[in-house]
Write a protein that binds this ligand. Structure first.
Ligand code: HEC
Length: 172
């Protein structure tokens, strides 16, 4: 009798847990509020693409170490966490400011031609199709400019004042 009651209590707790997780997930995947001048299908696709292409990992503060738990309004605002290696120290740029200063055409041209220091995977960005670049552009424009510029690049001999990850030189 007691076991049955315990089982029921356990099932109830599990159910509450599932409803809670469902609620959190629904919140995260909620469609964005429509905004004048924006095709929301395009914005939603840009939202999806920028997430799966990994751009947030380095361009959104705290994204990687919080396992993606950063409010969307803070996405792409740049990071003060440095990436130090034989190239010096780099910081994920604030793309909310960067993209806001570019026309869509300039963004497409820049994305295909970009060369930058590690760990920016510029070769992946170079290969992105124009349609995908346009959607990412629209999504970041939709979010609007926010935050301040990320710290400037430091040459290898300068000790960063911010926290940073140190890459050893690659094996010979
Ligand atoms: C592994 C980390 C990492 C990932 C992932 C990443 N970036 Fe970057 N990105 C950087 C860093 C660091 C810089 C600055 C490089 C430098 O200073 O030379 C940068 C620079 C850039 C720049 C040049 C900005 C400027 O101020 O000149 C653009 C544009 C950019 N990234 C877009 C993207 C996009 C779009 C994605 C996703 C497809 C992405 N990045 C993914 C780390 C990353």
């Amino acid at each position: 009798m007691n076991t049955r009651r315990n089982n029921m209590i356990l099932q109830f707790i599990l159910l509450i847990g599932l409803v809670f997780i469902g609620g959190v997930m629904a919140e995260e995947n909620k469609p964005l509020k429509p905004l004048d001048g924006f095709n929301m299908d395009q914005v939603e696709r840009g939202r999806y693409l920028s997430k799966i292409a990994g751009c947030n990992d380095c361009h959104t503060p705290g994204y990687l170490l919080s396992e993606g738990n950063v409010a969307e309004e803070n996405w792409f605002t740049g990071d003060t966490f440095g990436w130090r290696g034989p190239w010096g120290t780099t910081y994920g740029s604030n793309l909310r400011i960067y993209i806001n200063a570019l026309t869509e055409d300039q963004w497409i041209t820049t994305s295909h031609a970009l060369r930058s220091r590690p760990p920016m995977p510029w070769f992946n960005l170079n290969a992105m199709h124009d349609e995908d670049l346009k959607d990412i552009y629209k999504f970041i424009k939709y979010l609007g400019p926010r935050g301040v510029a990320a710290p400037a690049y430091l040459s290898p001999d300068i000790e960063p004042k911010t926290p940073y990850a140190l890459f050893p030189p690659p094996p010979k």
